[in-house]
Design a protein around this ligand. Structure first.
Ligand code: KG4
Ligand code: ZN
Length: 351
């Protein structure tokens, strides 16, 4: 089965074609087109939803056209992100997908963006992939979300916990901004952290020892912002923090976030006796995070296999949306599809 995926939940316009075999354990990436309005948002230091939506309108048709051209084959179905995300951006993808489903007379499959992120782990780009064994724990860690879910099988997902305030990526983005780093903050902090000392500042690890699978990052954000303000106050001649301070704060913040994510995910994996851990979402592109997950699993001798998508498929893309639709194939009439910015794990998944 060949599926066209469409992703427009935020500031990336994605169109992609994937192919899956009946009972296959992975799907094959055939084409992957991504247009981004991130450089525009970099100028304002954050996303202005109205501008993101206008850029989606501009890119969507060329992106789909290119994905189909590179795909080179007729598609069997259309998959589209219906939420969560920015309403204006989501509508562009949903209305385009609906129109194409009607005109081409193809089935249309609504996809939850968060579940889409997890399914980036099931995409083969030419190389062979180890089959993912269930049950699995998935950590979805992006700019908008930090969630832990238990996956017993395709379509059998149980939400275990999530952030009570800011998402991990959002925290990095906000801290990046006060440090004067380019937007988005996550990759910029990773770069800066390479030259910094992760023990230079002791920042809080919120909810590290709580007996649930929830997260909280706003306390960490506040602690860092306070530290930066103090440093600036005692250096009145300098309006910006020094380079040494920036790299040390970056390394220390990154370490605090990683400690919490690794520790709570591994605890969930032990509690539910799973065979695999699946990392996903933009923050999963972080190399240090991946290394420390590997280390944590090895140290605990859990016999669990760690999976993480290629970095290019961690951040938003349409390949993961088509992949999720293949493994959870549930088309609905084109009249019924609608964007839902508030969609979450518990609203469409039952177990
Ligand atoms: O999944 P994504 O592209 O969009 C959402 O659905 O939110 O995630 C974007 C988030 C941003 O907060 C960005 O700073 C973060 O992922 N991110 C990273 C890295 N690359 C992207 N965070 C840490 N290290 C990275 N290398
Ligand atoms: Zn995302």
């Amino acid at each position: 089965m060949i599926i066209l995926g469409i992703e427009t939940s935020c500031d990336e316009t994605g169109a992609a074609v994937v192919e899956g075999e009946p009972n296959g354990k992975t799907v094959t990436l055939i084409s992957n087109i991504l247009a981004s309005s991130q450089t525009i948002h970099a100028k304002t230091g954050g996303i202005i939803p109205e501008i993101a939506a206008r850029q989606q309108v501009k890119y969507i048709i060329p992106a789909i056209e290119q994905a189909l051209k590179e795909g080179g084959r007729e598609i069997d179905a259309i998959a589209v992100t219906v939420g969560p995300g920015l309403i204006g951006s989501l509508l562009v993808g949903v209305e385009t997908a609906r129109t194409l489903a009607y005109v081409w007379n193809k089935p249309i499959v609504p996809v939850n963006h968060l579940i889409g992120h997890i399914y980036a782990n099931f995409v083969r780009k030419g190389e062979e992939l180890d089959a993912i064994e269930f049950p699995a724990i998935a950590l979805v860690v992006s700019g908008g979300h930090t969630d832990l879910v238990l996956i017993r099988n395709h379509g059998k997902i149980r939400w275990l916990g999530g952030t009570r305030d800011d998402a991990a990526g959002e925290t990095l983005d906000k801290i990046g901004r006060v440090l004067g780093l380019p937007y988005p903050g996550g990759p910029a902090i990773e770069m800066a952290a390479k030259n910094g000392n992760p023990k230079a500042f002791i920042f809080p690890r919120p909810m590290l020892d709580s007996h649930d699978f929830d997260f909280s990052f706003s306390g960490l954000k506040t602690a860092v912002l306070r530290e930066v303000r103090t440093i600036k106050r005692f250096n009145p001649l300098r309006s910006e923090a020094s380079n040494e301070t920036i790299v040390n704060i970056s390394a220390s913040v990154q370490q605090a976030v990683i400690d919490v994510l690794v520790s709570k995910t591994i605890r969930a994996a032990q509690r539910f006796n799973v065979r695999s851990i699946l990392l996903s979402g933009g923050v999963a592109a972080n190399q240090k995070l991946r290394e420390q997950f590997e280390l944590g699993i090895r140290n605990q001798e859990l016999g669990i296999e760690l999976f993480a998508p290629p970095k290019s498929l961690c951040t938003d893309n349409a390949v993961m949306i088509a992949s999720a639709a293949f493994f959870n194939y549930a088309p609905i009439p084109w009249q019924k599809i609608s964007a839902n910015p508030e969609l979450y794990f518990d609203t469409i998944v039952v177990m």
